[in-house]
Design a protein around this ligand. Structure first.
Ligand SMILES: *Cc1c(COP(=O)(O)O)cnc(C)c1O
Length: 376
């Protein structure tokens, strides 16, 4: 927390705006729009609008509603992600088609994406209705290649930028490349509203449509008239107050995550068999939401689980990487186009502590414990 959050919450109480709309909701949306639309050279300035919602999952769901995804449709989704990227496809009665990653960004492989599109057309006679691309761990996906394939087949893109607030690709903010972009402000993300999300939309018209769906699809009549299925997905004015306060320290948070990554990079540079996940080139500017390593057991003598347990004994929490969606029992009947990349990452990777509370001394202690693991 920055300390400013409570000021906005108090304003909401003083003005009696304790509801899912109000000055903080509008203010938070404006802050996000200003932030996301600012590109650095050579990228063009963006003109996106933002709708604040109750969760990132709700944002992905309403993105699919906006794209007309319904029963019988297929939606391509990155397999290497958190389940919330894919669940809303099922909410709409559609079928997820999972596509594996490439090894540089760990995000959707452009090559496999095109294969999947062509193959789904062959099998079902129709193209998939949408493509969900994720910027996992804050690392921008290969957007040039992916967007040009999506455009070639005329399939709209929904970006899951839940982990990538503040990440840039070629100077442009993640979440502004696709037709829609989802953000999350859950407790574990780059900034938090205690729980919340937002949908980045192309314009004013779409913003009004999304707000309509998010507030029970109430038609403009004096009585309650409903002609479409509605949702209760709007962000509350209290949560948005936290969000406005958080926006004042977003850059500080990102700088801290990048600092932590730099400390890990320095330490792992001369440690054999451990590779730190990093920007593939200057075009990428990850927010480094989490710091991840990939362990080559042949070299280190320990695998990710052995290291995880050793760190756990020292009171240091670490976690395995996301388990790919095509390996999840709940999605076992869904088509998947795989190349072994996400399965290999899941078998070798570990997320290390990287949050706002992790100090330089903490990093030194974590590194020391990893060095000790080599000796055992
Ligand atoms: C957190 C997250 C979501 C969901 O956001 P919530 O705000 O928790 O609903 C979706 N996708 C990814 C990749 C996430 O990490």
């Amino acid at each position: 927390m920055s300390g400013n959050e409570i000021k906005y919450i108090n304003e909401a109480f003083d003005d009696n705006w304790v509801v899912p709309l109000g000055p903080n909701v509008n203010g938070f949306e404006l802050d996000l729009e200003t932030y996301l639309n600012h590109s650095t050279e050579p990228a063009p300035q963006m003109h996106k609008h933002v709708v604040a919602l109750s969760a990132g999952t709700a944002a992905i769901h309403l993105g699919l509603v906006q794209l007309g995804v319904g029963r019988g449709d297929e939606v391509i989704c990155q397999s290497f992600t958190f389940s919330a990227s894919a669940n809303p496809i099922l909410y709409q009665g559609a079928t997820p088609v999972f596509v594996d990653s490439e090894p540089d960004t760990w995000n959707m492989s452009p090559e496999l994406l095109e294969q999947a599109i062509i193959d789904r057309k062959r099998v079902t006679g129709r193209y998939p209705k949408a493509i969900i691309i994720v910027h996992l761990y804050g690392m921008p996906a290969m957007m040039d290649e992916l967007m040009s394939i999506a455009d070639k087949y005329g399939i709209p893109v929904l970006e899951d930028a839940a982990e990538a607030l503040g990440s840039r690709y070629g100077g442009q903010c993640c979440g502004t490349f696709g037709h829609y972009g989802a953000l999350s402000f859950n407790g574990n993300k780059m900034i938090t509203t205690s729980g919340g999300g937002a949908l980045v939309v192309p314009g004013e018209k779409e913003k009004n449509e999304v707000m309509f769906y998010a507030t029970q699809s109430r038609e403009p009549f004096p009585y309650y008239q409903h002609e479409k299925v509605g949702y209760n997905y709007r962000m509350s004015n209290i949560c948005a107050g936290i969000g406005r306060g958080q926006m004042t320290i977003l850059e500080e948070h990102i700088a801290h995550h990048r600092h932590v990554h730099a400390l890990y990079a320095e330490a792992f540079a001369d440690m054999e068999g451990i590779e730190l996940f990093s920007n593939p080139s200057d075009k990428w500017d990850s927010n480094y939401w989490l710091c991840n390593i990939v362990i080559d057991k042949e070299v280190t003598g320990f695998d990710y689980e052995e290291l995880r347990q050793a760190l756990d004994h020292a009171g240091i929490e670490s976690r395995p990487l996301w388990k790919p969606m095509h390996l999840q029992p709940v999605f076992s009947n869904c088509p998947a186009y795989t190349n072994g990349v996400s399965e290999s990452l899941f078998a070798k990777g570990l997320c290390l502590p990287a949050g706002p509370w992790v100090s330089d001394n903490d990093i030194a202690r974590i590194i020391q414990h990893i060095k000790d693991a080599y000796r055992r």
